[in-house]
Design a protein around this ligand. Structure first.
Ligand SMILES: O=C(O)CCC(=O)C(=O)O
Length: 260
């Protein structure tokens, strides 16, 4: 098992939880690696990076976050990773431990439920879900669906913040603890990864592998909301330190729990 937060806790200044500023959209990331269509999680395909709808309701928007926004999000996540509930490797009911490290805001996720306190960690109430994050989620939907009204009814109330070291991976799963079918908004920072997006029936094929890189947005809603998805591998050494991370990958998924 990895040490906590290599490349995450140890780099940069840990303060700063303000709203990522959407005014400076394209401040530097010019990476041209991309997705392949379905395939081998070990190979990196190259193709033009552009907005792409993988399936109805499932949209990949490369380079959506600026480097400044990425740094602000990393700083905010570092704060949440310290507490009130520290980031941890989630324990699974059958005794396993996830290789990914996770901290939650708004609601605490543990397999397979949301609670207001982190009963499987330290019992503390989770950090509140900030309004600037709600607004970021709304802007993400507008961008992904190319619809100015797409974010109007969207009020995410939880986010799972996952940190992946070089070896971490996430098996195919559905996000289905939520009692809402509102879209999931996913933001990636740091090392790129293979993101596997499948179907709603089975965790096996058909699926499509794409590369999620630092700054990328991925939204899945509508008919794709309950599609299986996972991260079979991270590409170590691909992150730009200007993102705020010197190694590893950070992923934030905003969701609507439908809980009160
Ligand atoms: O890391 C990712 O891109 C996906 C995260 C995810 O699937 C989850 O948190 O449920």
């Amino acid at each position: 098992m990895s040490t906590p937060l290599p490349g995450f806790e140890s780099f940069g200044q840990p303060d700063g939880c303000g709203p990522p500023d959407s005014s400076d959209r394209h401040d530097g990331k010019g990476n041209a690696d991309e997705p392949g269509a379905s395939g081998d999680a070990g190979t990196r395909a190259t193709a033009p990076r552009g907005r792409r709808e993988l399936a109805p309701g499932a949209v990949h928007v490369p380079d959506w976050l600026t480097l400044a926004q990425q740094r602000e999000l990393v700083a905010a996540c570092r704060g949440w990773a310290r507490g009130p509930v520290p980031i941890r490797h989630t324990r699974l009911p059958r005794g396993g431990v996830m290789s990914v490290q996770t901290v939650c805001i708004g609601w605490h996720w543990q397999p397979y439920a949301y609670t207001r306190t982190a009963d499987d960690v330290n019992g503390a109430p989770v950090a509140e879900f900030p309004h600037w994050m709600v607004e970021l989620g709304r802007r993400a939907l507008v961008e992904a669906y190319q619809d100015p009204s797409a974010g109007e009814a969207y009020t995410p109330d939880t986010a799972l913040i996952n940190f992946y070291d070089d070896q971490a991976k996430l098996g195919m799963h559905q996000d289905k603890e939520e009692r809402s079918s509102a879209p999931v908004v996913s933001l990636s920072i740091g090392d790129s990864c293979v993101f596997r997006f499948g179907n709603t029936e089975t965790r096996t094929k058909p699926y499509t592998d794409i590369e999620l890189a630092s700054g990328d947005l991925f939204v899945f809603g509508g008919p794709s909301r309950f599609a299986y998805h996972g991260v079979p591998r991270v590409h170590p050494g691909t992150c730009d330190p200007a993102s705020g991370l010197t190694s590893g990958r950070l992923n934030i998924t905003m969701r609507v729990t439908g809980l009160a």
